[in-house]
Design a protein around this ligand. Structure first.
Ligand SMILES: [Fe+2]
Length: 379
């Protein structure tokens, strides 16, 4: 009898161990829309689908642009964020998830007014305050099981000088506290965490409508040769990516581009999970590409994009994809992304639905698996 209990005990222990190695988390971003700042129809459909179909998911990562926000009325932004929380209730009420259930930071839309950062902290008091002094609740990190997660704000009130009329960068996004980030990554390495995920709102390698801004942030009127005095943001972007390489980051997860896509650079994945309801974009313009009026336009023509492609090292011209790497895969779909953590790999499944015909912000009803890939553990 005793030996049977022993067997049962070890069986339970081993099941517990396997579970500790196998859990999932969800990434999604950019849900702004017209229902008090939220695309509640699309976001709600994705949230309900995830709760029903992803029982192993322990929490959600949401790196910004939850709502439209406001330049002039911070009370309106508060109201919009409360509406967003209502739509996200199925996650907050999900007993399979672990509190705080939703980890998040701001995008450019939540920090348009000088009061917005403090209000954001008050609305999400469960978010950790272990980041740099001036970015408390926006930049922070935590461990879960074998993984380390770092949210780093790439958007802040106010990185730029609003009085400077010569600055043609419409946003001033960059990662400011790289020293904090490096120390955080060193301590995670010392603790022996197996996988590291970093979330910022802005992509490192823009893929769609944000070729002129995002983290390289070259500005609206960029021409070659580069004006070196304006390259501060670009250099910060490169320093950030150097840290990702040095500390073997598993993946950079972001939004800002209202699209789904993934690519790898230096063996590290960038995953854009930016279409939880915000109006869908088109990808970077390709050589000779023509869109019908129903498909919307490009923010830049192919010819206008060439100085950016050349400077950023994007592949372009006949037969090229106008992206930083050949393994780029993108879908113009609404989606959420599920990361399943295993001992030697991360299995990534993306669930989504395509827009209704001639629409950029309404979704067809069927949510299905639209992409799957594997990220092997960096040894
Ligand atoms: Fe954004």
């Amino acid at each position: 009898m005793v030996s049977m209990y022993k067997v049962l005990f070890f069986l339970l222990l081993s099941v517990g161990f396997i579970n500790a190695q196998n859990f999932s988390f969800i990434a999604m971003s950019d849900s702004r829309g017209t229902d008090n700042g939220v695309n509640s129809e699309v976001l709600s459909a994705l949230v309900n689908h995830a709760v029903k179909n992803q029982p192993d998911a322990k929490f959600v990562l949401f790196p910004g642009d939850l709502v439209d926000g406001s330049k002039t009325d911070p009370q309106s932004t508060i109201s919009q964020l409360n509406r967003w929380k209502e739509v996200m209730q199925p996650f907050y009420n999900n007993p399979n998830m672990v509190a705080p259930k939703i980890w998040l930071t701001v995008g450019n839309h939540e920090i348009q007014h000088r009061d917005d950062e403090a209000n954001f902290r008050k609305l999400f008091p469960e978010i950790l305050l272990n980041g740099p002094e001036e970015e408390k609740g926006l930049t922070y990190s935590f461990d879960f099981d074998s993984c380390h997660f770092v949210f780093v704000t790439s958007d802040k009130w106010y990185y730029g000088n609003p009085e400077d009329t010569t600055d043609d960068r419409r946003d001033w996004q960059y990662i400011n506290n790289l020293d904090w980030l490096e120390n955080d990554l060193i301590s995670a390495q010392e603790r022996g965490t197996k996988y590291t995920f970093i979330m910022t709102h802005e992509p490192v390698f823009p893929t769609g409508g944000h070729l002129r801004d995002a983290l390289p942030n070259l500005g609206k009127n960029f021409t070659l040769p580069a004006d070196t005095s304006k390259l501060f943001h670009y250099k910060q972007r490169n320093k950030y990516w150097d840290l990702c390489k040095k500390y073997k980051v598993t993946a950079h997860i972001c939004g800002h581009e209202h699209l789904y896509d993934r690519l790898s650079v230096d063996g590290i994945y960038q995953i854009v999970a930016g279409s939880s309801g915000a109006p869908l974009y088109n990808f970077n313009p390709k050589y000779g590409e023509v869109l019908s009026p129903d498909e919307g336009g490009f923010e830049l023509s192919y010819e206008q994009a060439i100085p950016y492609y050349d400077f950023l090292g994007y592949q372009h011209g006949p037969g090229k994809n106008s992206q930083i790497s050949e393994d780029f895969k993108g879908l113009k779909a609404f989606e959420y992304v599920v990361f399943k953590v295993q001992a030697d790999r991360i299995s990534v499944d993306t669930w989504g639905a395509f827009p209704k015909p001639k629409s950029f912000d309404t979704m067809q009803p069927e949510i299905k698996l639209i992409d799957s890939f594997i990220i092997m553990r960096y040894e």
